[in-house]
Design a protein around this ligand. Sequence first.
Ligand SMILES: *[C@@H]1O[C@H](CO)[C@@H](O)[C@H](O)[C@H]1NC(C)=O
Ligand SMILES: *[C@@H]1O[C@H](CO)[C@@H](O)[C@H](O)[C@H]1NC(C)=O
Ligand SMILES: *[C@@H]1O[C@H](CO)[C@@H](O)[C@H](O)[C@H]1NC(C)=O
Ligand SMILES: *[C@@H]1O[C@H](CO)[C@@H](O)[C@H](O)[C@H]1NC(C)=O
Ligand SMILES: *[C@@H]1O[C@H](CO)[C@@H](O)[C@H](O)[C@H]1NC(C)=O
Ligand SMILES: *[C@@H]1O[C@H](CO)[C@@H](O)[C@H](O)[C@H]1NC(C)=O
Ligand SMILES: *[C@@H]1O[C@H](CO)[C@@H](O)[C@H](O)[C@H]1NC(C)=O
Length: 914
Amino acid sequence: MASTTVIWVVAFLNFASAQQLSPEHSGTINGVCRSIFCNKIEKLPQLSDCVVILGNLHILLMEQAHKDDFRNMSFPKLKEVSGYVVFYRVNGLESLGQLFPNLSIIRGKEVVYDYALIIFDMPDLKEVGLYSLMRIYRGGVIVWTVPQICYVHTINWKVIAPQARHVLASSEGAMHCNSVCSCTTDVATNHCWNIKKCQRYLEGPDKEKCNDVCLGCRNVNPNLCTNCRYRTYRDKCLTKCPVNTLVVSDIGYCVTEPECRYLAGWKFKNSCVFNCTAGYKAVMGPNGYRCMPCNRCEETCGNLTLHTLAQLQEASRCVKVNGTLIIHVRFLPDVMTELKRYLGQIEEVSDYVVIYGMPTVTSLEFLPSLRLISGRILRNKTYSLLVYDMISLQSLFTENVTKKLIISNGTMLFNSNPMLCSSELEKIKHLFPKVPGPADVPPGANGYSGGCTKASVGLHVTVINETSIAVNFTHVANPDAHYAILYMRLPQGSRKIFVPETCSDNDWYAYNIPNEIHNNSVVKLTELLQPASSYALCVEKYDPLKKILARSGIVNFSTPVGKPEPPFILELVASSSEVVVLRWVDHKVYRPHITRYEIDVTLVEIYPQDVMARDHCKETERYEEIDIFRHAVVMRPPPDYDRGCESMCGILSTVTAGAMVEEYFDVCSSIELGCNNVEAPPPTNTSFGKFLRTLSLNIKGPRNDFQVGGLAPFRDYRFRLRACSGNQCSRSARGVVRTLRADYADMPTIVYASANEYGFISIKWDPPEITNGPVLSYTVQVSPSVKIDDRSQLIPQLWCQAGHKTYMIVKSVKVDRYIVRVCATTLASRNVCSKNVKVTVFTNVSWWAGIIFGIVLFTITAIATCFWKKQRDISYDLPLLSNIVATGVSEPPSSMISDFIQLYSIPIRDTELD
Ligand SMILES: *[C@@H]1O[C@H](CO)[C@@H](O)[C@H](O)[C@H]1NC(C)=O
Ligand SMILES: *[C@@H]1O[C@H](CO)[C@@H](O)[C@H](O)[C@H]1NC(C)=O
Ligand SMILES: *[C@@H]1O[C@H](CO)[C@@H](O)[C@H](O)[C@H]1NC(C)=O
Ligand SMILES: *[C@@H]1O[C@H](CO)[C@@H](O)[C@H](O)[C@H]1NC(C)=O
Ligand SMILES: *[C@@H]1O[C@H](CO)[C@@H](O)[C@H](O)[C@H]1NC(C)=O
Ligand SMILES: *[C@@H]1O[C@H](CO)[C@@H](O)[C@H](O)[C@H]1NC(C)=O
Ligand SMILES: *[C@@H]1O[C@H](CO)[C@@H](O)[C@H](O)[C@H]1NC(C)=O
């Protein structure tokens, strides 16, 4: 106990001095960094000057990294991140605290799936260890798929991230875990990050008592702030920024104007901003951007002429249009949705409205707020609403709009709208002060619904790769004509030919052929298509002068499959002590093309030093209820995947029924990572004893489940599953699961036992052939045997021995005979015992026999082992006490001999004293 206290004090002092805000920050930005993305060890040093990250911190995808790579890596300067922090698939990293000993605040201005601290799929991580972390202001914590982790539940996450979700892996059973805190005697605050580092508090009884400007400090000096509560300027905590500095409001740091510009921000009032607030807009000036006030600038716009998506987006703030509104957004996939999204606010137009030439638009309902067209200026002094060349237009404004719309001047023009029936026109005619005449709505110019003339263009499609094609066609040089390629992804399995005129606006995409390409007849559609899909395509020609629209015939083609999307593992379930069952679903697009799967199985190693790190004789193991989540992982698939039958069908194990259904969480697809090409290669096939250590399988598709046998009992195995089409395989879907406990395992075998007249008994045993994980400890049970029927004498004496040793010499009372057995404790079972062995004391032994006994013990052992095995009849079944009574392991006696040196020194002295 005393020694731990010393360590504590030392740790505190060291830490306190390291905690001092270091005076020198190199670089011109005073420790403020923008988002950091590290997917290689070599990229980590870019963090070395960062005190605060304005953005997010990504440490991920270092599967080839090794423990040694992190040996001298530490970034003690980093204290704060304004966005989220993600650690994902970094091998070799054992503690995050080693990298970021002083990271104390995560603000979570940006989060991933509502999480601000993401620790996911970290194979070697043994502790979170972010021992300075005090607060996550927004977003939750996920610590998942971390088979080696300890000290997860010793942290009070509720204090760090209040009112947020905490998804924490179970740390029970990581062999070296001894997750016990000895910080205070108060159970409520006795929380720690590891054996040395206690949790720090900003509130509550154990809060750090600091100067008011501090957010956390070391108790040794209340003025030595860990972070600042209000403002930070040049490593000092202040209540407001000094004159001539600007505050970066997301982090409360004060910077000078040049520093602000270095961070790609600009000055606005007394802040360094990256965006302008409402009522202001960013204007590029000689010194970069400025926020300029504008009177109702979001609301009233000038003339709006909309041709492109960018123009649409720009118009999204407009409520009133002081001028004309001209809409001609021709080549935009899903144009109806985009129009609705960006023009939904427009209420008033002071001049006139023109809508024309949008082949896929079927109605004018994208102007749901339109109330007034004033007609202050009219087109050709006549028209306030003009709609023409809308080949799919079938209906006009919504009923609500038509009811309330006021048009104060002029009349309407409707022309060349083949699908628009005159009944629709009747609905709005009465709104205009001037009744339209035959010149304005020519008879037969609307609603004639005639088919299109076919353009003969000799269309030919060449598929380049999964997402790109080249379209070949001939066309007449005509500077006024617009060409467009229309294409549509056919539903899977469909053989139907679609006619463009009958399609709704959602189905066909239009690709505008730029004018300069007109003399070249090959057009490339690059990265626009989806892999493994069938398409229909045609070419459209529009002549605005003659108002002729023509389309070619339809060509069908399919894109290659390429690299498939990974399968999704629905269930990863241990069905017995040696079998794990996988069930998965495929990505819908790729399902018909998957020909085989690759499965990798890797044992999660448990190193002897991890087992020995803890004295399993001193601490009674905690045996909890069976932890179902370690033996069964059940997930719901995301939308792009086939539906699995919800966890109740195809139940493969009794544990599945109770297993938690996890929400889908995929780091790769939620952050733009480029997860491809960074995987560790498949393992070779290896085994230990009769069990599997690593395995790589290639199985034929189509199929959606597989079971892997030959696994060791009660051990964690890591699975990777890839779907392959031809030679190309997806990236891996992953999971870790633990096999169930084996009932027949954990029984040691006594190979040698002898006793002398002084009451010393030496016992040697073989470890159990099969174990449920490593042996943590052995218990040697000795009953001095008086008479077999005298049960009261049979309370055994117990001694504990570490799990890596297989012999022991103990001192019992002096009797003639003993009954001895050895019991093993593993992670899954305690005190599974060998058979009882009867030991009879040597007769005719004088005092020096003790010496010989000690000296020759080990020489004898080998011989005796063989000899003994022939004499197994010595053992007999005697009803010793049940395991339950035997659980109170007695203190090891002072004469316990567990080392070879002591082995023969202690008996001699004992003999002499006797
Ligand atoms: C500024 O605002 C835009 C649009 O709202 C957003 O996309 C961008 O991320 C913002 N930039 C910063 C630095 O917050
Ligand atoms: C809108 O365009 C017309 C000409 O078409 C012009 O007379 C008017 O000044 C413009 N209005 C604005 C606000 O720019
Ligand atoms: C509308 O634009 C005209 C110029 O075209 C301008 O004179 C007038 O003040 C503007 N009205 C509003 C309300 O902005
Ligand atoms: C109606 O439009 C005409 C022609 O542009 C214009 O002279 C007249 O002032 C407008 N009337 C109103 C009330 O805006
Ligand atoms: C407007 O008038 C011009 C010439 O007066 C004519 O060429 C044009 O077609 C007219 N526009 C409309 C939409 O009627
Ligand atoms: C039309 O207006 C009424 C009342 O303002 C509202 O309840 C209804 O949802 C509106 N209909 C549409 C299609 O917007
Ligand atoms: C497909 O080809 C295009 C054009 O050659 C190229 O830009 C693109 O990167 C390729 N895509 C893939 C997935 O290979």
